[in-house]
Design a protein around this ligand. Sequence first.
Ligand code: PLP
Length: 421
Amino acid sequence: MDHFLYQDGILHAEDVPITEIAAAVGTPFYVYSTATLTRHFQLFQEALDGLDHLICFAVKSNSNQAVLSHMASLGAGMDVVSGGEYRRAKAAGVPGERIVFSGVGKTEEEMRLALEGGIRQFNVESEPEMARLSRVAMELGTVAPITVRVNPDVDAKTHAKIATGRKEDKFGIPIARAREVYALAASLPGLEVIGIDVHIGSQLTDLDPFETAYTKVAELTEQLRADGHTIRRLDLGGGLGIPYERSNTAPPLPIEYGAVIKRTVGHLGCEIEIEPGRLISGNAGLLVASTIYVKNGEDRDFLILDAAMNDLIRPAMYGAYHDIVPVVEAAPGAEQTPYDIVGPVCESGDTFAKQRNLPPVAEADLIAFRSAGAYGAVMSSEYNTRALIPEVMVKDDQFAVIRARPSFDDMINRDTLPPWA
Ligand SMILES: *Cc1c(COP(=O)(O)O)cnc(C)c1O
């Protein structure tokens, strides 16, 4: 459920008409609903009720400072995958002891940053990373709390580019080698082993892969404890999917996901961490664009929008589906017409949808992409020297720009000429 509904024929973000935001900030823009972020976070809180747990918001899904500080105010921890994201979490007021650091390629600088600034744990992904983290921690006269990310060789049945738990994927260490790797970790003086981490992919719409992976983690917990390791925290990753297509059957609910967690690892007495991103931020955001032209092609009609693949890359990159709706509701009974919905970028890949049925659209009409709050603004670029688009946050009947559109001078002046020019 989200808070983007039609009122009096106009799509609203909570109590603010999208048309009002468009008039104030210009299109295209992203708009996020505070109430939707809150609601999704609360769903996970309810799902894990009764377990000692921490919900670490996956910063990579939406890293705007306003979103992060709202999540922090709800009590969320943060899952970061770079030094930049670590800095964003800290800047949003999240204490180091609520930040977990994931990712296959942590650099020494990033390790130092987190050890000095405070960290809940590093989710370590390889033996060379372990050796380096141990050395960096010792140099700083401290000990790094770690979990080891295990790769359970489970097919998450999601898009290949966001599946992370199969043996051919670059993530984690093979679960079959876990005992050996934990023995190595325990022997390194700069590390303190505290638990196990697993994350099998993103946009999972079936609970079975979670169940399989978490069952393997439970077995591993018993084995590692028998080997003498302290396993007191399980980080179960993120990945629960959202309904991008309203007409499709809905993916499992957080409460059902929570039941899987309780059933598979609930008896172990571990503190549970999860790292949801998309399910919290995805349906909490819209991308709003305006129609530049309606172009009648030889065998199809094109809606050419002022948003493009550089603003929302998911359709071009993953073939992803987004619901696309008019901001001003069509008259009841208006006939639907198929359109190819595209941006102005000079690539055929700059296509959001093909032959999508919409009520008739005219020049300057506003169009909204649903489910654009995750992996939208964070993956945008300035390709074609198109400025990063503004982000707006709504709360009840108020809205605020939370990242302004840069000027073209800002963009151009970031480049500098070499001294010989
Ligand atoms: C991407 C990622 C997440 C978040 O995934 P969602 O599908 O957005 O929930 C969580 N943990 C790790 C390690 C990730 O790489």
